[in-house]
Ligand binder design. Structure first.
Ligand code: SF4
Length: 450
């Protein structure tokens, strides 16, 4: 769970890159960073905070040039520290040769990390992006392959998910794993190229969407223009369905579909055949808002934003420590006073991971007078961990792992619990065969991390 951005062909590119990162801040709040080139020298900055706090005017002034890349990070691998922040620089004989930033997790990371260390390139941190950078750097500059052949070799050797930008002194590259797990789009404005994880990063710059970076391909922008190079043979697509369910902003377009359209379809599919009586639909803001709205419309029930969210707290689901998650439920949500008294409530969420948040919210609604709380969930039970860049816990900590939906409902103290079925979820995207559903069905196309 991270966001990337890259700009080529725009003076003060670090400024545009910062705006593109800011629009994608929901993808990670742990650290951020930039690297830029003035055509000859690469410079880098990394910090442990939000984009607006870290990437100040002074930082931007220290990063001149017409090409830049940037990254926002949520730690799925490695602790929060500057060494694990991106972009990573590949340095040989004291000279930075390129910078790299990536979104996704690599399943054979230990093997590849050991390989680069055996070549004399010590890893500073424990982050996937650093291993990608060092592998490509060693193969390109120690083994003499050059950048493009080294990226192609990475596509052959690296397993898992990566949507990556790479900046040399003269060129910007964007490449994506052959399965296309994570989103990655590119666009243009006034002759400059913009690469982003989500299209909201293009919107903020008023750049036109030109397309997605094709999985297994390498796009290269340079003084000679744009070139597309095949890096690896096409594989069956495995787009992360969770981007549509939860992660991506509803105003983004990912994997060729509008996220809000998919969320609306999820809400409608969830309502199909649901005849449990109730008074009001309350979505858990913000990620379940569109699902709740569609569910309420389909059931002809009123919707109310009965829970108010404090936007200055990070996302509960991705907070790395349990004690932070525990506290952040009350810090993050507050019920409208008096609203719930005597009401039969459909509480709608996009997914249930550990179950701790929704159980606390259920209790909160009852303490505030709700007579019944029925949970409606816009995805099937999550029974397996993700190894491709989403921070789900080990499967034993997933509330649905080893429990029937009835047992989950009892654990969550709900009057009823209804998950979206797998068939229902598959019906919400136009080509379900192109999606990964491994956290629901355990079918991992690119292996699992040891
Ligand atoms: Fe996405 Fe789940 Fe697949 Fe991970 S396992 S990539 S969260 S669909």
């Amino acid at each position: 769970m991270c966001g990337i951005a890259g700009i080529f062909g725009k003076e003060k590119a670090a400024g545009w890159t910062t705006e593109a990162l800011f629009a994608q801040q929901h993808r990670g709040q742990d650290s951020c960073g930039l690297a830029s080139t003035d055509g000859g020298t690469l410079r880098q900055f990394r910090g442990l905070s939000l984009v607006r706090e870290c990437l100040t005017d002074d930082v931007l002034k220290s990063l001149p040039g017409a090409a830049a890349i940037g990254h926002i990070r949520y730690p799925t691998q490695g602790r929060p520290c500057t060494e694990n922040a991106q972009p990573h620089l590949f340095v040989k004989d004291g000279s930075p040769l390129f910078a790299l930033a990536s979104n996704g997790d690599i399943t054979n990371l230990p093997e590849l990390g050991a390989e680069v260390e055996s070549r004399g390139y010590k890893l500073e941190g424990t982050n996937d992006g650093e291993v990608i950078a060092k592998c490509i750097g060693v193969w390109a500059f120690e083994d003499g392959l050059g950048i493009e052949a080294a990226i192609a070799k990475w596509m052959e050797r690296g397993r898992g998910a990566y949507s990556t930008v790479l900046l040399t002194p003269t060129h910007l590259y964007g490449f994506r794993d052959p399965f296309g797990f994570r989103p990655m789009s590119w666009g243009s404005r006034d002759g400059a190229a913009v690469v982003v994880s989500e299209t909201v990063g293009l919107d903020i710059l008023r750049a036109d969407l030109d397309g997605e970076v094709p999985p297994g391909h390498i796009l290269r922008w340079g003084p000679e223009g744009l070139a597309e190079i095949e890096g690896a043979p096409a594989r069956p697509q495995q787009h992360c369905i969770f981007e549509h369910i939860y992660f991506a902003r509803p105003d983004s377009r990912v994997f060729g579909e509008n996220v809000f359209d998919v969320r609306r379809a999820i809400g409608e599919a969830l309502a199909l055949g649901d005849t449990v009586p109730g008074d009001v639909v309350v979505p858990i803001p913000d990620s379940a808002n569109f699902i709740g709205l569609a569910y309420a419309n389909a059931r002809n029930l009123p919707i109310a934003f009965g829970l108010v969210r404090n936007h200055y707290v990070g996302r509960t689901f991705i907070a790395p420590e349990q004690h932070v998650r525990d506290e952040s439920v009350r810090l993050k949500f507050n019920p409208l006073p008096g609203f719930f008294v005597g009401k039969r409530v459909f509480l709608v969420d996009d997914s249930i991971v550990r179950g701790t948040t929704i159980r606390k919210l259920n209790r909160m609604l009852r303490e505030n007078g709700a007579s019944e709380v029925h949970l409606r969930i816009g995805s099937p039970p999550i029974r397996h961990s993700c190894y491709y860049g989403i921070d789900t816990p080990v499967q034993e900590k997933l509330v649905a792992h080893g429990r029937t939906p009835e047992e989950v409902a009892a654990f969550l103290e709900a009057d009823s619990l209804r998950y979206l079925s797998m068939e229902g979820l598959r019906s919400t995207v136009s080509s379900p065969a192109d999606f990964c559903f491994a956290c629901f069905n355990g079918q991992y196309a690119a292996g699992r991390k040891a």
